[in-house]
Design a protein around this ligand. Structure first.
Ligand SMILES: Nc1nc2c(ncn2[C@@H]2O[C@H](COP(=O)(O)OP(=O)(O)OP(=O)(O)O)[C@@H](O)[C@H]2O)c(=O)[nH]1
Length: 212
C-alpha cells in the first residue's frame, strides 16, 4: 500500500486574540471562513497533508488562544513546534506592537532552529488598515523572517504562507530527510505525533469547532 505521507511535523499559530489565527487555520484546512469571533480556549489543532517538492508532508497545526489567561498552557506547546506563525492584524496597531512580545516568547520557549513566518492578516480590510505593508516587511526583516499579508476572508496568500513555512521546516531538516530517502521505508516523524496524540486529547481544549 502506498505511504500516506513521508514526513510528519508540527506548526503553531500565535498572536493576539482576534487577529484571525483560527480563521487562517480553517481556511487552510477546510477552505471555510466564519465572520464571528469565538475565542479559542487553550489550544486546538487540525491536520492537513500537502506535497512539497515531491515530499508528502503531514502537518499538525496548533491553534493557540491569544488571550493572556491561557498563556501558561499555550507556552507548553512551543517547545515541540518545528515552525511558528507570528500573526498580527493589519487593522490593529496594537497587535503589531505585540509581535515583539510574541517573538521574545518564541526565543524563550521554542527550540533553537524553529522556523518562523510573520503574518499580517485581514488584508481585505484596506479601509481599516493601521499597519502599513512596509512596517510588516521591516519587522520581518529585523527578525530574519519571511513575511506575508493574508486574508482568511478572501483566501489571499493562505496556501502560499503555509506552504512556505512547510518548505522552511523541510529545508531545516534536510539531513534527516536525506536519511529517509536512503532508507525509503519509513516516514519521518519530526513531531512524535503518535506519542502526542494521546496526551493532546486531554490538553487541547477549544470552544470552537472549526466552522470559521
Ligand atoms: N475581514 C477579515 N476578518 C477576519 C479575517 N480573519 C479573521 N477575521 C475575523 O476576525 C475575528 C477573529 O478571528 P479568529 O480566527 O477567531 O481570531 P483568533 O486569533 O483565533 O482569536 P483567539 O482565539 O481569541 O486567539 C473573527 O470575527 C473573524 O471572522 C480576515 O482575513 N479578514
Amino acid at each position: 500500500m502506498a505511504k500516506q505521507y513521508d514526513v510528519l511535523f508540527r506548526l503553531l499559530l500565535i498572536g493576539d486574540s482576534g487577529v484571525g489565527k483560527t480563521c487562517l487555520l480553517c481556511r487552510f484546512t477546510d477552505n471555510e471562513f466564519h465572520p464571528s469571533h469565538i475565542s479559542t480556549i487553550g489550544v486546538d489543532f487540525k491536520m492537513k497533508t500537502i506535497e512539497v517538492d515531491g515530499i508528502k508532508v503531514r502537518i499538525q497545526i496548533w491553534d493557540t488562544a491569544g488571550q493572556e489567561r491561557y498563556q501558561t498552557i499555550t507556552k507548553q506547546y512551543y517547545r515541540r513546534a518545528q515552525g511558528i506563525f507570528l500573526v498580527y492584524d493589519i487593522t490593529s496597531e496594537r497587535s503589531y506592537q505585540h509581535i515583539m512580545k510574541w517573538a521574545s516568547d518564541v526565543d524563550e520557549y521554542a527550540p533553537d532552529g524553529v522556523q518562523k513566518i510573520l503574518i499580517g492578516n485581514k488584508a481585505d480590510e484596506e479601509q481599516k488598515r493601521q499597519v502599513g505593508k512596509n512596517q510588516g516587511m521591516k519587522l520581518a526583516e529585523e527578525y530574519g523572517m519571511d513575511f506575508f499579508e493574508t486574508s482568511a476572508c478572501t483566501n489571499y496568500n493562505i496556501k502560499e504562507s503555509f506552504t512556505r513555512l512547510t518548505e522552511l521546516v523541510l529545508m531545516a531538516h534536510k539531513r534527516e530527510l536525506e536519511g529517509l530517502r536512503m532508507s525509503s521505508a519509513d516516514e519521518l516523524n519530526l513531531a512524535e505525533l503518535e506519542d502526542d496524540g494521546s496526551k493532546s486529547d486531554g490538553m487541547a481544549n477549544s470552544s470552537k469547532s472549526c466552522w470559521c
